[in-house]
Design a protein around this ligand. Sequence first.
Ligand SMILES: [Zn+2]
Length: 304
Amino acid sequence: MQPTTTQLLQKGFYRFKVGRFECISVSDGSYDYDPKLMFSGLPEDKVKEILHHHHIPLDKLTSPYTFLFVDTGEHKILADMGAGTLGPNTGKLVNNLKLAGIRPEDIDTIIITHAHPDHIGGTLNEEGKPNYPNARYIMWKIEWDFWFSEEASKKVDEHLSKIVPTEIFMKIAHGQLGPIKDRIEFITKEIEILPGVSLHFAPGHTPSHLAISFSSEGEELFFTSDTVVFPFLLERPDLVMVFDMMPGIAVHSKRKICDLVAERKALVHAQHFSPFPSLGHIIKKDKGWQWKPYYYQIEGLRSA
Ligand SMILES: [Zn+2]
């Protein structure tokens, strides 16, 4: 019998293929958010109405933290590095990679989609050494410049400090990324970074947030990262969350990436989407889109 999604999460990883690329969704754990704090500029009754409509409890939204490993045959790539010690139930990525048979020292390429703590908190181990000692790191230049500028703490204060204190954002960005600066290859345009692996500029969530596409033998997978943070936001094209540091631009990127993956019928790995393994399809629906989780498409795989 096929496992349930709960059993998959307990295992910590899920293998699948995209053409000849061997892919693994790997859990870093999860984080509980207070849904009432996640919307900026909306009155409380409107927030409650939205949460109620999407069957989200008022007191807790548990977000999976799921990352992506891809072996192209020539390269072993990791998309983002998890949250490290950010929350009581995060920091499981390295161990779950090992359980899946992947040695962190064998990973040669790490793509950093953006510098929020849940994506870079696992850059270094407890001794302050890189968890992925032999990797080259790829990051958009503007993203680095922003997090190491004075503007960063002001923006975090304005948008995110209700969720996680500003000092923690800044400490993780500087403390985790600072020591690996010499290993980072900074990019400034949308490019195919490796054969079949392309970067897509999707700013708004942060100044230079990225999505990544993986193409092999006519099949395609998009790591959308935090272009859209939760599945219910797909149905509301104009709705953004406090996490989106440049709200107007985030709406534009949401449309660009969602239309692209819907049109191409690409498989989507969205880092915070339930249920694990955070895989599915985004389809066009009404004025927006809808999430079709992958488990519905695997024969016998149940959502319990
Ligand atoms: Zn995130």
